[in-house]
Design a protein around this ligand. Structure first.
Ligand SMILES: NC(=O)c1ccc[n+]([C@@H]2O[C@H](COP(=O)([O-])OP(=O)(O)OC[C@H]3O[C@@H](n4cnc5c(N)ncnc54)[C@H](O)[C@@H]3O)[C@@H](O)[C@H]2O)c1
Length: 318
C-alpha cells in the first residue's frame, strides 16, 4: 500500500486516477486549487465518491505555493507523485501565458525539488502530445525532434519535461513523462470538443468548427490513460518519455458524426477560420508504451463516444 500524491486530483484525468488508486488500496493525497478555468463545482463533484473513502485526503492548495506544499510533504510520508495539475488548454495559454508558465513550469519545479528533498521513489508527469507541435511526420514517436511547439501551453509542457529530465539525471530521481493524446470520457473537460459538441448539439445550438473539420486527433479514452499511468507506477526505469495514445487518429468531422448518431440529433455547424495553436494532426506511435508498460488501449472511439454520450445524458446538469 503506497501513499501517493495526485496533483490536480480533482480534475478530469486526476479524479479517475484517484479512484483507480483507491480501488487498489493505495492511500491518496489529492492536491488541487479548484481554480475557475472551468466550474470548481464540477471538480468538487468529480471527487465526491473519493471523499467518502478513508484512504483519501484532500488538500486545497496551489502547487506554486511552495510553503504550503512542502508542509504537506512534511506531514505525510509520500512514496510517489503523480503530477497532473496544470493550466490545460491551448487557447487560454495565448491569453495568459504568464499564468501557464507559473503553474506548469514553476509549479513542476517546486514539486521536483520536494521530490528530491523527501526522497520520493517515483515521479510521474502528465505531459502532452502538444509538445510535438507542428511535427508533420506521423505517427509521433518519442525519438522525433520536438522543437516546434506552436502554443505557450505546449512550450510549458516541453520545459517541464526538460526539468524532469535534468532532475532525474542530477538527483537520481525516477521519472516518467507520459505524453497524453487528446483525452475524453466521463467527467471530460467542458472546454474540449467531445464535451462541448455533445452539449451544444444536444441543446440544438450551433457548434463552431475551426477549419474544414478535416484536422485529425488521436482521441484516447480516459480509462486507457489511467491504465497507462498505473502501469508506469509498477515498472522500474530511471527516466522515460512515453506516448499514451489510442494510435487511431480520426477526423473532427467523424467525431461530430459519432456524437450526432449517439444523440440522435443533427449538428448545426458554423465554419470558422482555423485558430492559432491548433495542429493539423496528432497521432501516437505507442510501440514504446507497449514495450515498456505492456500498454494496449482498449476503448475504440466508437465505443468511447457511445459511453460518453450515455454518461453525459445522465450528468448534463452537474
Ligand atoms: N485532457 C487532455 O486531453 C490532456 C492531454 C494532454 C495532457 N493533459 C494534461 O493532463 C493533466 C490533467 O488534465 P485534465 O484534462 O484532467 O485537466 P483538468 O483541468 O481537468 O485538471 C487539472 C487540475 O489541476 C488543478 N490545478 C490547476 N492549477 C493548479 C495549481 N496551481 N495548483 C493545484 N491544482 C491546480 C485544476 O483545478 C484541475 O482540477 C494536465 O497536466 C494536462 O496538461 C491533458
Amino acid at each position: 500500500m503506497s501513499k501517493i500524491i495526485v496533483t490536480g486530483g480533482a480534475g478530469f484525468i486526476g479524479s479517475h486516477v484517484c479512484e483507480a488508486l483507491l480501488s487498489k488500496g493505495d492511500n491518496v493525497i489529492c492536491i488541487d486549487d479548484f481554480n475557475d478555468y472551468y466550474s470548481p463545482k464540477i471538480k468538487r463533484d468529480n471527487i465526491d465518491d473519493c471523499l467518502r473513502n478513508p484512504n483519501f485526503r484532500l488538500y486545497e492548495a496551489d502547487i506554486y505555493d511552495n510553503g504550503i506544499i512542502s508542509e504537506i510533504f512534511r506531514k505525510n510520508k509520500i512514496d510517489v507523485i503523480i503530477h497532473l495539475a496544470a493550466r490545460a488548454g491551448v487557447r487560454g495559454s495565448f491569453l495568459n501565458p504568464g499564468l501557464y508558465q507559473k503553474v506548469n513550469v514553476q509549479g513542476t519545479l517546486n514539486l521536483l525539488n520536494l521530490a528530491v528533498e523527501f526522497k520520493i521513489s517515483k515521479f510521474i508527469f502528465g505531459s502532452s502530445s502538444s509538445v510535438y507541435g507542428a511535427n508533420d511526420k506521423v505517427p509521433f514517436s518519442e525519438n522525433d525532434p520536438v522543437n516546434n511547439q506552436i502554443s505557450p501551453y505546449a512550450i510549458t509542457k516541453k520545459e517541464a519535461e526538460d526539468l524532469c529530465k535534468r532532475y532525474s539525471k542530477d538527483h537520481n530521481l525516477k521519472v516518467a513523462c507520459l505524453r497524453f493524446f487528446t483525452v475524453y470520457g466521463p467527467r471530460g473537460r467542458p472546454d474540449m470538443a467531445p464535451y462541448k459538441f455533445t452539449k451544444l448539439i444536444g441543446e440544438g445550438k450551433e457548434i463552431e468548427v475551426y477549419g474544414d473539420g478535416k484536422s485529425k486527433r488521436d482521441y484516447t479514452h480516459v480509462q486507457d490513460i489511467v491504465d497507462g499511468i498505473l502501469s508506469a507506477l509498477e515498472k522500474e526505469f530511471d527516466f522515460e518519455i512515453i506516448n499514451i495514445g489510442d494510435s487511431r487518429t480520426i477526423e473532427l468531422n467523424y467525431l461530430i458524426r459519432l456524437i450526432e448518431e449517439n444523440l440522435g440529433k443533427k449538428a448545426n455547424i458554423v465554419i470558422k477560420p482555423k485558430q492559432k495553436g491548433d495542429v493539423e494532426i496528432t497521432y501516437a506511435d505507442i510501440s514504446k508504451a507497449k514495450m515498456l508498460l505492456s500498454y494496449s488501449p482498449k476503448v475504440s472511439i466508437e465505443e468511447g463516444i457511445k459511453l460518453f454520450v450515455e454518461w453525459f445524458k445522465k450528468n448534463e446538469n452537474r
